[in-house]
Design a binder for this molecule. Structure first.
Ligand code: NAD
Length: 260
């Protein structure tokens, strides 16, 4: 992973949501590290940690800790570990989303409340919960919180279903969090990424067609890469974006401008 400079030197970053080397969180961790930041990572399942060894070897995180964002004790423990390493930190990346597979592929109108709430809790409330904790460590020196969204938040994208509703809530939560945390100079933004093959995206029905569509129809006639997402995230954490907050920033080869 190459970056043009050491622009994040002296910054400390916690990246939540690494599952494997395809994860956007993996590319973001590599990017932040290459830009000079000290990094820490969290992952959902202990039994999957062996998949992260290459990332741990290459970025030498300050710590790598299991955390299920729906379990309060895990989140408390994550920030307790963080406080034992760092008195403050600067960057929180939230790269977490989940919907039950069946619920994700079904029509929204058919979803039950349990599946709906699980999706919203995991994909939206987790950002709020992590931001509550992050505020305590960022408020004296400012900071940047970045989450990941998709255009299904703004428009109906067949196959995205309940996750579109969750991303709409996530994008609006970004605005309210930016308002709440702005007085502490904590910025909150979302990166809205075009489709990229990952563990999660492959669960979306018709995903390969979305990739083809993006490659053939986007203004730039490209699919984006995880690096593109990481580079925009890095920018939103760095000095060039100090006055940018509450926004949803697209990196999708321009796909979102199309009406049909
Ligand atoms: P991924 O599967 O690698 O990442 C999703 C992460 O969420 C995984 O690490 C998973 O363990 C974690 N997660 C789910 N439930 C959790 C829980 N209860 N506690 C803790 N972690 C939990 O896939 P990805 O594509 O890298 O997804 C990262 C983010 O990017 C998601 O918010 C996704 O919606 C978003 N996104 C992805 C794409 C794409 O095309 N891949 C496009 C736009 C936005």
């Amino acid at each position: 992973m190459t970056t043009s400079n050491n622009v994040l030197h002296g910054k400390r970053a916690l990246v939540v949501g690494v599952a494997n080397e395809q994860s956007l969180a993996w590319a973001i961790t590599e990017y932040l590290h290459a830009a000079g930041a000290e990094v820490a990572i969290s992952y959902q399942r202990e039994r999957r940690v062996h998949r992260l060894q290459a990332l741990i070897d290459s970025t030498q995180p300050q710590f790598a800790q299991q955390c299920d964002v729906n379990i309060d004790a895990d989140v408390e423990s994550l920030f307790s570990t963080l406080s034992s390493h760092w008195d403050k930190f600067d960057i929180l990346v939230h790269a977490v989303a989940f919907a039950d597979l069946q619920a994700l592929s079904n029509r929204l109108v058919d979803i039950n409340s349990n599946d709906f709430l699980t999706c919203i809790n995991t994909s939206v409330y987790s950002l709020i919960k992590l931001s509550q904790h992050a505020e305590k460590f960022m408020q004296d020196n400012g900071g940047s919180i970045v989450t990941l969204s998709y255009h299904g938040a703004q428009k109906v994208i067949p196959g995205y279903n309940v996750m579109g509703v969750a991303k709409a809530a996530l994008e609006h939560a970004v605005k309210y969090l930016a308002y709440d945390l702005g007085p502490h100079k904590i910025r909150v933004n979302a990166v809205s990424a075009g489709p990229i093959k990952t563990l999660s995206s492959l669960a979306i029905s018709g995903f390969n067609e979305k990739l083809e569509h993006s490659e053939q129809r986007s203004p730039l006639r490209n699919n984006i890469s995880a690096y593109d997402v990481a580079a925009l995230t890095g920018f939103l954490c760095g000095p060039g974006s100090q006055q940018i907050t509450g926004g949803v920033h697209y990196v999708d080869s321009g796909l979102n401008i199309l009406g049909a």
